[in-house]
Design a protein around this ligand. Structure first.
Ligand SMILES: [Zn+2]
Length: 232
């Protein structure tokens, strides 16, 4: 049997039966998250954290995080270019690390130009859950820094650009800690797998099996049985 194309992080709906996707919803998409019939990740996205109202969003996240369809918390994290003051972002991010730890689910991380802060907060949290840096496209030095801390890396459409830092980072990443994703991009996940297979010098089915077994490692953290069904 051929392993599905696992898309670890997407904001878009794909009815393609060869894809097993983790759909992401943030705090402004509560209703969609509650209705969705399939694996999801939910979190307080740093762009939409607002002083004064995030506590209400927190109640929602805490309540919904227990659902079996929720296979990861996030995307959560830090963004120097968008969202409220970094001090508030850090507070909300740290709480989400603790929540992920409490409900034993992996954490999907969004980080833009706040790598020092990310390292400090995650070291302070000292969590044992798997943490995935999504949309990774930084250089090998940043990859190694977080690889040493045990992070996973999810690569997206930046891989399609020849000579990109994302391509170099993929080739330097520990293969047992990589994933692929479409995020909100226009490219099919199949295309990203094909590019990755070429870069890693492996056959496509071998890469699909590799990502499948990497996902099994994340999944074993989740209390419950097996992978959630997709009912669409
Ligand atoms: Zn995203």
């Amino acid at each position: 049997m051929q392993a599905p194309y696992i898309d670890l992080h997407t904001h878009l709906f794909s009815p393609d039966p060869s894809v097993w996707a983790v759909r992401n919803f943030h705090q402004q998409e509560k209703h969609q998250a509650e209705e969705f019939q399939g694996p999801i990740s939910i979190g307080l996205h740093p762009w939409f954290v607002e002083e004064g109202s995030w506590e209400a969003d927190w109640q929602w996240l805490e309540r919904e995080s227990a659902r079996k369809e929720v296979v990861a918390i996030g995307e959560a994290g830090l963004d120097r270019l968008q969202g409220p003051a970094l001090s508030l972002q850090e507070e909300v991010f740290l709480r989400q690390i603790h929540l992920a730890e409490k409900c034993r689910k992996p954490l999907i991380i969004h980080c833009v130009r706040a790598w020092e802060e990310l390292e400090r907060v995650t070291r302070k949290a000292d969590a044992s859950i798997p943490m995935v840096l999504h949309g990774f496209q930084k250089n090998v030095a940043v990859l190694e820094r977080f690889s040493d801390q045990g992070f996973y890396f999810s690569f997206g459409e930046a891989l399609l650009k020849d000579g990109s830092t994302a391509q170099k980072a993929l080739c330097a990443a520990p293969v047992d800690r990589i994933f692929f994703e479409t995020d909100d991009g226009a490219h099919a996940i199949q295309l990203i797998y094909e590019k990755a297979a070429a870069l890693l010098n492996r056959e496509l089915p071998e890469v699909q099996m590799l990502i499948h077994s990497n996902y099994e490692k994340l999944n074993k953290w989740i209390t419950g049985t097996g992978w959630p069904e997709r009912n669409y």
